[in-house]
Design a protein around this ligand. Structure first.
Ligand code: GLU
Length: 320
């Protein structure tokens, strides 16, 4: 069995909200309960969506909560880089390998390139790609290349990807018909989320991925790519989303319950106690200590259904 290594993989596009904190809290607890390490990596390939101050704010929020990491963009770290925007040379190398193996092909279909690289979220899932550019001849490719730069897609085999989610149980996906060839690189040269996340998890030795269930549909693609490149995929655990009282998912762009706001009104122990309560790890939202939670953590106790945040739980932020 390999040593446990978990990860935090924030996209620094705004302030961390309570749903992000919930995810990192569980990733931390799970890794620490197995004496594992944690890597912090910033998913900032799509520079247009990023907010420069979000990196410092995210690290400060994580440290304030006590969710420390072992590897990440901290002075003195020798591995990495831990910003995806600085890993282009690594992505280029793997992309060229896939190209040499004829496993990627240029795609000229018009799509919103920005959407191609984003982690998909409900309502924004890309439709299954119908394979329009899969079998273009070399001559057709030449003609089209002169008009516009293509995106590049991975050519999938028609096979079944199976994995066992540590919370949701066995999962099975007919990868070609249910997901379709996925974009690896956008027309503007930016590498796409599925490619960079799967590759970095493999290269960074991540053995356990804990993230929100809105990314469950991405997992078969990521496992497929890791296997194609000869890596053993990590285990996956997809946690429920935290929803606001209207049943909508929290989003950075809506500034819903950010840690920046919460820190003005609550202590770290109070926030951890509330997160533990939401996760079903304690029966009341009492302040509590991370180390004590890690000592008795078991993923089986986590809820499977999305969780509506009780409005009273962070009432001090609402009243402010
Ligand atoms: N970077 C993504 C986010 O912050 C998470 C991706 C992942 O966990 O694979 O939503």
């Amino acid at each position: 069995m390999r040593d446990c290594k978990g990860r935090f993989a924030p996209t620094p596009s705004g302030d961390m909200h309570i749903g992000n904190a919930f995810c990192y809290f569980l990733a931390w607890l799970s890794a620490r309960s197995q004496s594992g390490r944690i890597v912090l990596r910033f998913e900032d390939c799509d520079r247009l969506r990023m907010q420069p101050e979000a990196v410092g704010q995210t690290m400060s929020d994580l440290e304030w909560l006590g969710l420390c990491w072992d590897e990440g963009p901290t002075p003195g770290q020798t591995e990495g880089p831990y910003f995806q925007s600085c890993r282009t040379a690594i992505y280029d190398r793997v992309f060229e390998e896939l190209r040499a193996r004829r496993l990627v092909y240029p795609c000229f279909c018009s799509r919103q390139d920005v959407r191609l690289a984003a982690a998909p979220h409900p309502g924004e899932d890309a439709p299954v790609y119908p394979g329009t550019c899969r079998d273009l001849s070399a001559a057709e490719i030449d003609v089209r290349m002169k008009k516009r730069a293509p995106a590049w897609r991975l050519r999938l085999e028609d096979k079944t990807v199976c994995f066992c989610d540590a919370l949701l149980g066995p999962q099975r996906c007919e990868i070609l018909s249910e997901r379709g060839d996925f974009p690896v690189r956008r027309a503007d040269g930016v590498y796409c989320y599925q490619f960079t996340a799967a590759l970095d998890d493999a290269l960074m030795g991540v053995s356990e991925v804990i993230r929100s269930n809105d990314l469950l549909a991405s997992t078969p693609w990521q496992i497929y790519l890791q296997q194609l490149l000869g890596y053993a995929p990590p285990t996956y655990l997809h946690i429920p989303l935290l929803l606001d009282e209207n049943g909508s998912r929290l989003a950075k762009r809506e500034k819903s319950l950010s840690l920046r706001q919460i820190r003005r009104h609550y202590t770290p122990e109070e926030v951890i106690g509330r997160l533990a309560f939401l996760a079903g790890l304690q029966s009341a939202p009492e302040p509590c200590d991370l180390a004590a939670l890690a000592a008795q953590f078991s993923a089986e106790r986590l809820p499977r259904e999305d969780i509506v945040l009780p409005p009273a739980l962070f009432s001090a932020c609402r009243e402010a």
